[in-house]
Ligand binder design. Structure first.
Ligand code: PGA
Length: 288
């Protein structure tokens, strides 16, 4: 069975890297993307302090993928934003500021933000709506906790997160949404590796929830990616699942070599994901 959506691989640097480190990393990634013919969207999420520097690094590489010149497109992402355009929100960053830094995609609702910084399904929804209205793509992270898994309620938990986060987003705009399944129990140094069949089952739950909220056409537009701990050695295990449109990686993407390894392994194991171009609406292909 082949996929109808273009592969998407992202990495969040979380609270890592200075501007100089960002420059070195992106130079290596740019060099690779200039020679690779993999048709894959690659999104890098540096810390806020490195966004403008990263944008300058990625600008020379910007080009749209095309049938005669296939290759990876590089996108610059931010790890969070506030839903208001401006105002008295100490320590927060608005969508206008992200656009001003050259950002094209924003990550919302990561488990670490839900767990430690009070992010809720409702705040994720407010942020997603504001981002999409402003023309940003979004990566919306959802996932079950260890306890949800023990009590066998992961499907309900994840379906609820998806429905609340996507509420009010117009169906046509779902092409600029990536849904990342990030089980809390698989993230970080103590995490357990999720079995591909488990991932496949929850990805089906996500797609069903989207069908219920936005109808079949809208649901088909969303890329659903897996975001537990994945590295180059495990990427192919998930790539062979037809419900997995890509990966959102953490530690393994902290070096350009590590990220490139994940991309190449994923695309090699899922050739259909890398061979069928789907041009997305809105800003989705402002490729680098
Ligand atoms: P990790 O992070 O790969 O470092 O476990 C995964 C994530 O947060 O998406």
């Amino acid at each position: 069975m082949s996929r109808s959506r273009r592969a998407w691989i992202g990495t969040s640097w979380k609270m890592n890297k200075t501007r100089a480190e960002a420059v070195a990393y992106l130079a290596e990634l740019r060099e690779w993307s200039g020679t690779s013919s993999l048709d894959v969207d690659v999104a890098i999420f540096p810390p806020f302090t490195a966004l403008a520097t990263a944008a300058a690094q990625l600008t020379p590489a910007r080009r749209a993928p095309s049938a005669d010149r296939p290759g990876p497109s590089l996108h610059l992402g931010a790890q969070n934003m506030h839903w208001q355009a401006n105002g008295a929100q100490t320590g927060e960053i608005s969508v206008t500021m992200l656009l001003d830094c050259g950002v094209s995609i924003v990550e919302l609702g990561h488990y670490e933000r839900r767990q430690h910084y009070g992010e809720t399904d409702y705040s994720v929804n407010l942020k997603a709506s504001a981002a999409i209205t402003a023309g940003l793509q979004t990566v919306i992270c959802v996932g079950d906790s260890e306890q949800d898994r023990q009590y066998a309620v992961a499907p309900e938990v994840v379906a609820r997160q998806v429905k609340v986060a996507a509420r009010g987003i117009p169906s046509h705009a779902l092409a600029s949404v990536v849904l990342a399944y990030e089980p809390a129990w698989a993230i970080g140094t103590g995490g357990q590796q999720a079995e591909p069949a488990e991932v496949e089952a929850i990805h089906r739950v996500i797609r069903t929830a989207l069908r219920q909220s936005h109808g079949p056409q809208g649901a088909e537009r969303v890329r659903v990616v897996y975001g537990g701990s994945v590295d180059a050695a495990s990427a192919d295990r998930y790539a062979t699942q037809t419900t997995v449109d890509g990966l959102f990686v953490g530690r393994s993407g902290l070096t350009a070599t590590g990220l490139i390894g994940v991309i190449e392994e994923f695309c090699a194991a899922a050739p259909d994901a890398a061979s069928e171009l789907v041009f997305l609406e809105g800003s989705a292909h402002d490729s680098c």
